[in-house]
Ligand binder design. Structure first.
Ligand code: BG6
Length: 481
């Protein structure tokens, strides 16, 4: 933990991300006593707001189920203040700096640590990073900068952004958030893989037929269409959240759990993945729901009328190394689907020379959300006098197994990591580069050739071709489902 006095500065404090994620996560940490002693929080953004007006803005998303927590919230808000200012004006940053100094001086501490959280649109990343470095950087303590995606639009723009930020903030000071790395089940992956001898032995192409990583949301772009249209689902979810999960599923065992050892292995495996080819991609865009109550993507007034932007994508990646050669990693993600679900499904090979009629494969499923679970599909004898088989599950459903289950929010877990100076669950510069290399050619091709996504109905399982797509890569639905 940091010693001395710590100030957390949230840039973009009046925006959506700060309101929905950053402040609730900070409150969660405060409630559970994880903020360093004496921590204060300053919000900064362009909106002119009083402290009270600001509290009103951020309180709506704080969960206060009991009176006791309500009291804690009012105590927490007393630690929060607000400064308004422009993102490119040095004098405004100097006022921010003065506000921080006023707090630091009260505490009379020698070490003055500052954690900057940029909950901002990418257009202002560089001016803000510069304004902070030149005017608000602590000279007597630790400085850390948290950056939210998107980190560029492709390999080139990501490198440009990196080049602009690098002279200002060192890599050791920079924490690129991918909030999926803070999710409980994603953090569990390392443990499942590397502390269970049964998985270590079969985690390879000899035993595994294919791996599917699926991200499904029920909600559409809901009024955010104009923003989403610049990115599309591959940049919004696949290139970061899903690929991060893949890298942990596929990496070699790290030498140690130190952040550099973990990230070295993630980069190594990403570098073994050649760029995705168009033939291995299926794109979709949602149309209105069957009953007409949910509008289609193109019905959003903020979306260009002829937009080809995909709201669904499936892409199959291959990893050229001796563990994985030939094993398809099928990534699927989409909005406006039938259910919200993120899961990893590892499907094993057929049983060689099976003497039973059943032809179902073992599957290890790690459900990231909702209803966190790890379960293994296996074939069992149907109880009774016959030798019939039945597919059943070794089932570790969290809410049944762990009483008083409290799963921390991903942002809470990641902000705590920043406070501890632990980079393991943040994206390193070379990792980002490797991720963009995989997706940049296909993104350009889709845009240049104006490839039309397949329509799918809001609330459906996705484009009609999706079952055929996964079957093409060897995924077999179990026969008794
Ligand atoms: C964000 C995407 O990074 O992740 C959103 O920009 C998406 O489009 C969100 O909805 C999903 O996060 P979670 O934690 O709700 O699954």
């Amino acid at each position: 933990q940091l010693s001395g006095v710590t100030t957390i500065i949230v840039l973009g404090a009046s925006g959506d991300l700060a309101k929905k994620k950053t402040y609730p996560a900070l409150f969660g940490l405060y409630r559970n006593n994880f903020l360093p002693e004496g921590t204060r929080i300053i919000g900064y953004s362009r909106s002119k707001l009083s402290d009270e007006g600001f509290y009103e803005r951020i309180s709506g998303y704080m969960k206060t189920p009991t009176e006791e927590i309500k009291v804690l919230l009012s105590k927490f808000l007393k630690l929060c203040t607000y400064v308004s200012g422009q993102y490119d004006v040095d004098e405004d940053y100097q006022r921010l700096n003065k506000a921080i100094e006023d707090i630091e001086n009260v505490n009379n501490s020698k070490e003055k640590n500052r954690v900057f959280y940029m909950a901002l649109p990418p257009s202002v990343f560089v001016p803000v990073a510069r304004g902070l470095k030149n005017n608000v950087y602590s000279k007597n303590g630790i400085n850390r900068l948290i950056v939210e995606k998107p980190f560029g639009m492709d390999l080139d723009s990501s490198r440009k952004l990196g080049k602009a930020l690098a002279p200002l903030w060192k890599e050791e000071e920079t924490y690129r958030i991918d909030h999926y790395l803070g999710k409980e089940m994603v953090k569990n992956l390392l443990i499942i893989r590397f502390s269970n001898v049964i998985f270590g032995a079969i985690w390879n192409r000899q035993s595994i037929s294919n791996v599917q990583i699926t991200f499904k949301e029920k909600i559409g772009t809901g009024g955010r269409g104009g923003y989403f249209d610049e990115f599309g689902i591959i940049r919004d979810v696949m290139q970061n959240h899903i690929l991060q999960i893949l890298s942990i599923v596929a990496m070699e065992r790290p030498v140690s759990l130190s952040s550099e050892d973990v990230r070295d292995e993630k980069v190594r495996v990403l570098r073994c993945i050649p760029p995705v080819k168009l033939q291995d991609v299926l794109l979709g865009q949602y149309t209105k729901s069957e009953d007409g109550t949910n509008p289609g993507y193109l019905d959003d007034d903020t979306v260009p009328p002829e937009s080809n932007c995909p709201t669904f994508a499936a892409a199959t990646l291959f990893i050229n190394n001796d563990r994985w050669e030939g094993v398809p990693f099928i990534l699927k993600c989409g909005k406006a689907l039938n259910e919200p679900k993120t899961e990893i499904r590892v499907q094993f090979q057929d049983v060689p020379g099976n003497v039973f009629k059943n032809a179902s494969r073992n599957e290890l499923v790690i459900r990231v959300q909702p209803n966190e679970a790890v379960y293994m599909k296996m074939t069992n004898k149907l109880p009774g006098l016959s030798m019939d088989t039945v597919i059943s599950e070794l089932d570790l459903t969290y809410h049944r197994r762990f009483s008083d289950l409290v799963i921390p929010d991903a942002y809470e877990s990641l902000i705590l990591d920043v406070l501890k100076g632990d980079h393991s669950n943040f994206v390193r510069d070379d990792e980002l580069d490797a991720a963009w290399k995989i997706f940049t050619p296909i993104l350009h091709q889709i845009e240049e050739e104006k490839i039309k996504p397949q329509p799918y109905t809001f609330g459906s399982r996705g484009p009609p071709g999706i079952d055929e797509f996964v079957a093409k890569y060897g995924f077999k639905r179990s026969t008794q489902e």
